[in-house]
Design a protein. Structure first.
Length: 189
């Protein structure tokens, strides 16, 4: 009978990760993101995923003055730098550093093949860093799941409130004027 042995691991920091990119150890060809100190492979975006990200981002840009970033890193110190599909962030330049949790107002992940990772890993990570609202676009389920309302003061990896919608409009719980027509979202797909 074999017993699994836990080996000591070295968790990469965001600084380590940036150094790997700067020195050419990691290039854009790897398509990875730093999650909890580990380099996690990202699935290539298929046509439907890419279309939905572009479509939702275009809609968000018409509804808010916040900066809408597509597939760009968000720094969650000190061991994570995920690349959410869409992030609504405070409207300023991010030339010297990617947005930090205090800059981020909402994250949207489009999940066609990544639903388990997005809900099981990324949503708790975003909650721990107090991202006010997260939407998961469940492509196979043709629905959007929203998470918001964090406990006051306590460190938490869970949002207190969530909702799932498959039709009609879904509205942000934390940013006024943000809505998404779910019936129109799936047209043409």
């Amino acid at each position: 009978m074999s017993t699994a042995m836990a080996l000591p691991r070295h968790k990469l920091t965001v600084t380590d990760y940036h150094r790997m990119v700067r020195t050419g150890i990691l290039t854009g060809d790897e398509h990875v993101e730093l999650i909890e100190g580990d380099l996690i492979a990202m699935a290539p975006a298929g046509p439907e995923h890419a279309d939905l990200v572009a479509h939702i981002a275009r809609i968000m840009r018409t509804q808010t003055t916040f900066l809408v970033r597509e597939e760009k890193p968000v720094t969650l110190p000190e061991h994570s730098e995920p690349e959410p599909d869409i992030a609504l962030v405070k409207p300023r330049r991010y030339r010297d550093a990617h947005p930090y949790p205090t800059d981020v107002l909402m994250i949207i992940e489009v999940a066609d093949t990544s639903l388990d990772k997005d809900k099981g890993v990324k949503v708790p990570l975003y909650a721990r860093f107090r991202i006010p609202e997260v939407w998961i676009v469940d492509v196979p389920g043709r629905a959007v799941e929203c998470f918001w309302h964090l406990p006051v003061g306590a460190e938490s990896t869970q949002y207190i409130r969530s909702k799932r919608a498959e039709r009609d409009l879904i509205t942000s719980e934390t940013i006024g004027g943000i809505t998404l027509d779910l019936d129109g979202l799936w047209k043409g797909s």
